[in-house]
Write a protein that binds this ligand. Structure first.
Ligand SMILES: C[S@@+](CC[C@H](N)C(=O)[O-])C[C@H]1O[C@@H](n2cnc3c(N)ncnc32)[C@H](O)[C@@H]1O
Ligand code: SF4
Length: 378
């Protein structure tokens, strides 16, 4: 049986953070009921087509902020998935929670419906920065969300951090990293801020109302997180993702290993049978289309072998495991060590990559030039 990951997008938030360009709205809560119903109907439609052919190994309900949904709505979506797909007993089921909207009752609901992983968008524990970003919650809310998730019995918790935020100091990063270790958080995602051109933060930086840490400071923060977490037993299994042994996210790993996935909901992007397809980004269009029994797909692209080959290299090199050369050869009839002999020699001689035990991987000290390394190999 083929394996499948399922993603469900919940495009609602309590407030819109100034740096965020994800598809999410803070003024459309009147559409929540219709949206949840549409997602359930999309799951049914897709289930008829694909349900029998796959074993589901991970489900990720993300956003946006799934925790802003009303009580019972996540359970409704999860039940629909279980009724229409073969969800494996040991399936990893993650619910993304925003500290401003998660409650003990909602966490219990997630647990009862089979969720076994919670991802909390903490970002920073500095209240001044949280305010500047328009996050709509405080550091205490994040601490409370962690406490409640642990109380309810979640033993696999991720907390997101963002590095190089406005006014962020190294001391903020150290404080947060130490706090997460003290709380025995199993998984930490530490993203460096991406200044997205369509966001209010971009304009504030451009108008010099806000200054960001320098590139050097940003690298220093990332290196600190890497060194500190490594000392505490966390493995950086992907550029921005750190976990204790055996707590790597199956869902994330499936993306980086070019596994197949179906995404339900607004702007969902799927990859199935070597084809990528995307749902509409317009909320009303999404709901209307499903109400008429039509899938809301707006783009479809068949991925040819060359594209798959390049993407396999690109994604695998983001991971600490690296690229399995034998599997790559079997899949694409391409021996990378001979095809890219000159480039691989150059990168190895400069200590950027290593080839060991059948894997080609980027060295720990070279992740900051990952894109240039990939450019040489694809
Ligand atoms: C899609 S968001 C959903 C999480 C949840 N809505 C929240 O923010 O509490 C997933 C994560 O992406 C990260 N993220 C979002 N925008 C980012 C940006 N512009 N730069 C870096 N990381 C970002 C944040 O760490 C966030 O928690
Ligand atoms: S809560 Fe998360 S998804 Fe929502 S606006 Fe903020 S960063 Fe974006």
């Amino acid at each position: 049986m083929k394996k499948l990951s399922i993603y469900v997008h919940i495009p609602f938030c309590l407030s819109k953070c100034t740096y965020c360009n994800f598809i999410s709205f803070c003024n459309k809560s009147d559409k929540m009921d219709a949206y949840v119903q549409a997602v359930c109907n999309e799951i049914k439609l897709r289930g008829k087509e694909h349900g029998k052919f796959f074993d589901v190994t991970s489900v990720y309900i993300g956003g946006g902020s799934p925790s802003v949904l009303k009580e019972g709505q996540i359970a409704k979506i999860m039940t629909e998935i279980k009724n229409n797909f073969r969800v494996l007993q040991n399936c990893e089921i993650t619910i993304e929670c925003n500290p401003g909207s998660v409650t003990e009752k909602k966490l219990l609901e997630y647990k009862l419906v089979g969720a076994n992983r919670i991802s909390i968008g903490g970002q920073t524990l500095n209240n001044d920065i949280l305010r500047i970003l328009g996050r709509g919650h405080t550091a205490d809310d994040t601490k409370e969300a962690i406490k409640l998730a642990q109380k309810v019995g979640f033993e696999n918790i991720n907390v997101d951090m963002i590095l190089a935020l406005p006014h962020q100091k190294m001391s903020d990063i150290k404080k947060m990293a130490k706090f997460l270790i003290k709380k025995k958080i199993q998984h930490i995602s530490a993203y460096s801020l991406i200044l997205e051109p369509t966001t209010p933060l971009f304009r504030q930086v451009k108008n010099k109302q806000i200054t960001l840490p320098t590139e050097d400071e940003s690298v220093e923060m990332y290196n600190y997180v890497f060194d500190f977490l490594k000392k505490k037993g966390y493995n950086r299994y992907e550029v921005s993702n750190f976990s204790l042994p055996d707590y790597e996210s199956k869902h994330n790993l499936n993306y980086w290993q070019m596994g197949e996935y179906l995404a339900f909901g607004l702007a969902g992007h799927s990859f199935l049978n070597n084809t990528r397809f995307a749902n509409t980004e317009k909320l009303e269009e999404y709901i209307d289309s499903i109400e008429q029994g039509k899938l809301p797909i707006v783009s479809k692209e068949k991925i040819n072998a060359n594209q798959r080959k390049d993407e396999t290299i690109m994604l695998a090199l983001r991971t600490s495991e690296g690229l399995n050369l034998k599997e790559f050869d079997n899949a694409f009839h391409c021996n990378l060590l001979t095809d890219k002999k000159k480039e691989i020699e150059f990168l190895t001689n400069h200590n950027f990559i290593s080839v060991k035990r059948g894997y080609l991987r980027v060295n720990d000290n070279a992740f900051y030039v990952l894109n240039s390394i990939i450019a040489k190999l694809v």
